[in-house]
Structures are given as C-alpha cells and as structure tokens.
Design a protein. Sequence first.
Length: 96
Amino acid sequence: MSSEIRETDRIKPLIEYIKRNLEKGYKLEDLKWALVNQGNSRVAIEKAIKYVTEFQEAQKPKKPEPVTEIIEPEIHVEEKQGFWSRLKNKFKKNSI
C-alpha cells in the first residue's frame, strides 16, 4: 500500500501535466514524447497516461442501452363477400 502511495506521488506531476495539456487541446501522443524528452521514465509516463485515460472514461456519462420494441401492425382484412351475399345485402338496405 505504501509503495502505491509513493508511486502515485511520483507520477502525480505527470498526471497533472497530462490533464492540463489535454484540456488545452494537445494530443496524448505528443504529450508522451514531450515527457520522454524532458527525461521522465517511460514506465512512469505510461502509468500516468493510463491513470488519466481511466479517469476520463469514468467521468463520461454512460449512454443508456437502446430499447428495441417490435410493434406488430394491425391488419384488418375484410372478408370478401360472394356475389349472392352482396346481392342479398343490397336488397336488405333498399327495403329499410
């Protein structure tokens, strides 16, 4: 546990540097090489980058899963009447 605390304290300036410059619009790859050129260890840089990217992912709002609902269309099929049924209905309407 104490080694994790010391390691976090060691990479804390790198984390802050990365966060601050990402907000300014710099690319992560460019920041990585700038830190290497400043003499920082690649392991410490990778750990700081991992910490920052995991932190950023945790801060993003979760998108809800899309809900798929299948709605069956209502189909009304009128039963086709035969000739005699139509003729019979025609006489019923006229007799009223």
